[in-house]
Design a protein around this ligand. Structure first.
Ligand SMILES: Nc1ncnc2c1ncn2[C@@H]1O[C@H](COP(=O)(O)OP(=O)(O)OP(=O)(O)O)[C@@H](O)[C@H]1O
Length: 620
């Protein structure tokens, strides 16, 4: 471990403690002050012992017992007082320690969650983000308890060790120097050993995530069905075994290395202790030591030896955990970018989005981080107020990427998206998102109560049953209220007594959620993927009503629905390749016409074979 890494470890622990102390200064002060006091108290404790030993070994020396006892009274009081105060402080430490750790864990977890919701979506797409978030979550959720425990044990032992070294140096500086050298060598060896473990733990997070995924995927009822049919369970289990075997072997190697280093450290310390005792024995006559000095130096060295042995554990743990602390600090630092601007008085208020909702893509290019090619190339597109535009194209054409940019979830790599004449990046983000509503193909299932599933669309109306019912109707989920037993009935299997809903029912709730708002911009990204044809037809009718007077963009692979749009945009390879009404595009006989014909042929042929129960109105 180099100096930079070591400094990084100390700095990250310092940052962690500073973060905690800002939230709870008094508790942190008590928590840190107790070890310091425990260490300081070692010195008068040993000084009193030395005086007592010298007094009683020196004998009466012509004095009466009464005057000797009088002389012994002060050291006795100090010795007993120190012992009492130390045990009192230890009790306080036992109370303060879990109190601080638990509160710190809660504090860090809430800070982490607050930060996580601010992270740009582009950052979430990068796999290293999940590694970092996972490590930060593990630290804030539980590891921090262990880390703070280790920090406090280490500090307590460190201050006691310093106290003992002061005791020894007061007796004779040479012995103290010898002990300092021994402990310094031990520390360096230990630090070198720990860097291996630290690196290994970091590497193992990624493979651990992979093995967790594999373990989950082979046991989940949703995935088991398909895997049994495709016979992929055996292959995935073997893959999981391989990942686990590699992790175990890495861990075993690091453990062996740690044990070897531990043995070297013990040998160095025993040699140092032996050398010091020998040196003292050789200088016993000439060194000017009193018997008391000799005894307390011996006792202090013995205690210091024990302490340094016990210090190895928390130090080693802290070094291993320091990566995690660094990760937590880095994560909190990274995701707090922009916080400064949020502080009241620093950032000027941003303008609200306009009410007409004329949206222009001005030469917009978007490239995913790490991707070789842009997913969208120089898009020029205008969505007119109140217009319904259908976005179609083959898989990977860039439709969802365009939708994410339109919703402000991603920012263009180059170019601008303009809302009523203003670059969307310059608009108030909260007002902007409340002017939009969206239904995604990968919609969220809130396994709480029915009310939440609709009301999260517009939280101010969460308690207004009439609005929620209207939204349920608009989403084609009007019957769910009575089927589930009321708006406050639990849905999903997570809540006790919850009613599990079908994929289509969940999807209809997502649509009801979007309908609850009164958005200027409505975006429907494959909103009916999980619906049966009958309900899909009903839903598209509801969408048409919902889209009235709003700028609407909908993405669908069902071209039968695209014909009802005012305009159809066809994408291919990240570019807009065609644009126009259904009739114009059919006449143009290009990409859209080919796609439409192939779908129409499929429907006609399946209907002709008498197998298709698909309602013909999809392609009519
Ligand atoms: N998170 C990502 N990171 C890197 N590349 C991505 C990411 N998401 C999508 N892409 C790539 O961007 C391109 C456009 O993807 P996009 O999801 O926008 O297509 P799509 O038209 O919505 O496809 P589909 O119809 O299958 O949903 C594809 O080549 C895809 O591989």
């Amino acid at each position: 471990m180099n100096i930079t890494t070591r400094a990084g470890t100390v700095r990250s622990i310092g940052q962690l403690i500073c973060r905690i102390s800002r939230a709870m200064p008094v508790l942190t002060l008590i928590w840190l002050g107790i070890p310091l006091l425990l260490g300081v108290l070692i010195i008068p404790g040993y000084a009193a012992q030395k005086d007592l030993i010298d007094l009683f070994i020196g004998g009466s020396d012509g004095r009466d017992w009464e005057s000797m006892l009088k002389e012994a009274l002060l050291p006795l009081i100090i010795f007993t007082g120190v012992a009492l105060i130390r045990s009192l402080l230890a009790a306080c430490q036992n109370a303060a320690d879990p109190m601080l750790s638990d509160r710190a864990s809660m504090l860090l977890q809430s800070e982490l969650h607050r930060r996580a919701i601010r992270v740009p979506l582009e950052r979430m797409d990068q796999s290293d983000y999940y590694d970092r978030l996972q490590r930060a979550e593990t630290v804030a959720g539980g590891d921090v308890l262990g880390i703070l425990k280790n920090v406090i044990v280490f500090l307590t032992l460190l201050f006691e060790l310093i106290g003992l070294l002061i005791v020894v140096s007061l007796a004779h500086p040479v012995v103290c120097i010898l002990l300092v050298i021994v402990y310094a060598i031990s520390f360096i060896i230990r630090l070198e050993s720990d860097i291996v473990v630290r690196r290994m733990n970091r590497d193992l997070t990624r493979s651990g995530r992979q093995s967790d995924y594999l373990r989950e995927v082979v046991t989940k009822p949703e995935t088991v069905k398909e895997m049994r049919i495709f016979g992929s369970i055996g292959y995935l289990i073997d893959k999981w075994h391989d990942t686990m075997r590699q992790s175990l072997s890495l861990r075993m190697n690091a453990r062996r290395r740690e044990i070897k280093r531990g043995m070297i450290i013990s040998a160095v310390q025993i040699a140092g202790l032996f050398g010091a005792i020998m040196w003292m024995a050789l200088n016993l006559g000439s060194g000017g030591f009193t018997a008391g000095t000799l005894v307390i130096v011996f006792l202090a060295m013995r205690q210091a030896y024990g302490i340094s042995g016990r210090m190895v554990h928390p130090i080693s743990k802290i070094y291993i955990q320091s990566t995690k602390i660094m990760d937590l600090n880095d994560y909190l630092k990274e995701s707090s970018a922009g916080d400064e601007a949020d502080k009241e008085g620093i950032a000027p208020p941003l303008p609200n989005p306009g009410t007409s909702c004329l949206i222009e893509f001005d030469n917009v290019t978007y490239q995913y981080s790490g991707a070789q090619e842009p997913a969208l190339h120089e898009i020029r597109l205008t969505l007119n107020p109140g217009e319904t535009v259908a976005l179609v194209g083959e898989n990977g054409a860039g439709k969802s990427t365009l939708v994410r940019l339109l919703l402000g979830l991603y920012q263009p790599t180059s170019g601008r998206i303009i809302w009523d004449g203003v670059d969307m990046r310059a608009l108030d983000p909260v007002k902007l998102s409340s002017s939009m509503s969206a239904v995604f193909q990968d919609f969220v299932r809130y396994e709480t109560v029915l009310r939440d599933n609709v009301g999260f669309g517009f939280q101010e109306q969460l308690g207004k049953d009439a609005y929620l019912r209207r939204a349920l109707q608009a989403g084609g989920a009007g019957s769910l209220e009575s089927e589930c037993g009321g708006l406050d009935s639990p849905v999903g299997l997570l809540a006790e007594g919850g009613r599990e809903l079908s994929g289509g029912q969940w999807q209809r709730l997502a649509i009801a959620r979007a309908a609850l708002r009164s958005p200027k911009l409505l975006v429907l990204d494959e909103p009916t993927a999980a619906l049966d044809p009958q309900h899909e037809t009903e839903l598209y009718r509801s969408f048409r009503e919902l889209a009235q007077g709003r700028t609407t963009l909908f993405v669908s692979h069902r071209l039968g629905w695209a014909r009802y749009a005012d305009r159809i945009i066809v994408m291919r390879g990240g570019r807009i390749v065609e644009e126009g009404s259904h009739e114009t595009l059919l006449k143009a006989d290009g990409v859209y016409a080919a796609m439409f014909r192939s779908q129409a042929e499929w429907y006609c042929s399946t209907a002709g074979e008498g197998e298709g129960r698909v309602s013909g109105n999809i392609m009519r």
